[in-house]
Design a protein around this ligand. Sequence first.
Ligand SMILES: [Zn+2]
Length: 162
Amino acid sequence: MILYRLSCEKEHSFESWFRDSAAYDAQRAQELVTCPLCGSAEVEKALMAPALGRGTRKFAVEAPAESVTPESVDVAAEAPAPVALMSEKEQQLRALLRAVRDQVVAHSVDVGDEFATRARRMHEGEEERRAIRGEADPEEVRALIEDGIEVLPLPVLPDERN
Ligand SMILES: [Zn+2]
């Protein structure tokens, strides 16, 4: 399961979960990914906004598909349409976020502050590609994204926010 931050042609931004990047591509191609505000199917993945956070944040690279066992996130995996983050579904969402994060943690290696370096080495084929997680500051994350390296923020559970 991966969370994409998306924006439509009118620059509405929203987030949706997808089983994997291929599922996003397929749904996007069939115009099944639509903006919840205006219904437009002209959506694109949005870059994360580094200005939103200060200091280090936790990031992970997408786990290889074969290493992810979706049993614990079946609810979303079977949903044909993007899951809107509705407030009335908060309990469900919280459980989903927890499950997704547990999945990422269970199937990735914590490389701490070496995250940006290791992600780049894997991207350039100098290191075997696998799922890693760690910490990166906004500058490092922006540099990775600009170089076409896909990173995603680990879900933060609502009750862990300060
Ligand atoms: Zn829109």
